[in-house]
Design a binder for this molecule. Sequence first.
Ligand SMILES: Cc1cc2nc3c(=O)[nH]c(=O)nc-3n(C[C@H](O)[C@H](O)[C@H](O)COP(=O)(O)O)c2cc1C
Length: 176
Amino acid sequence: MKKIITIGASTSKKSINKILAEYTGGLLTDINLIKVDLNDYEMPLFSVDFESEHGSPKGAIELNDIINEADGFIISFAEHNGAYSSGFKNAFDWLSRINGEVWRDKPVLLLATSPGARGGQTVLDIALGRFPFMGAKIIGNMSVPSFFDNFKDGEMINKELKLSLNKLVEDFKQAI
Ligand SMILES: Cc1cc2nc3c(=O)[nH]c(=O)nc-3n(C[C@H](O)[C@H](O)[C@H](O)COP(=O)(O)O)c2cc1C
């Protein structure tokens, strides 16, 4: 069975991006879904000095090991001041030092959501520009605006958005 990793690119315990990534992963069938919570992988703030003294932190090595096993990734980005959340950026920087092909040339779905009308489109654009250089085979992307209006009781209630998401999941299924 294929292993797909979902990542809410946030360290919030109530992360709406973690909810969206896991919901999207749940639309796949016959899949071993590995739900990554960045809080489970502790790492200090990236510093070249820490790295030269101690090497990679245990949390980064563990996360890298899990990534090694994956057949694809569904990542949803929290947008903080128009950019990656610090927690994700930190993990991404550490991972990139272990293996620059962070996403291993595997299929990746990129998502973002926020309570606002742009739905994290700015951070999604950053990831769309950068991820191809980090080994991501991007299959599709989507931002979900106004999360709390469009997603209720564990379900995407906006029909248009649901159709778009279903299409992305179908494309992803073909790619893995
Ligand atoms: C420091 C900070 C900066 C934020 N900046 C943005 C922003 O630039 N754009 C946006 O749409 N939402 C912004 N927000 C609101 C987030 O979209 C909101 O907190 C969302 O829940 C984050 O996703 P998460 O729940 O997955 O962590 C910001 C929130 C914080 C705490």
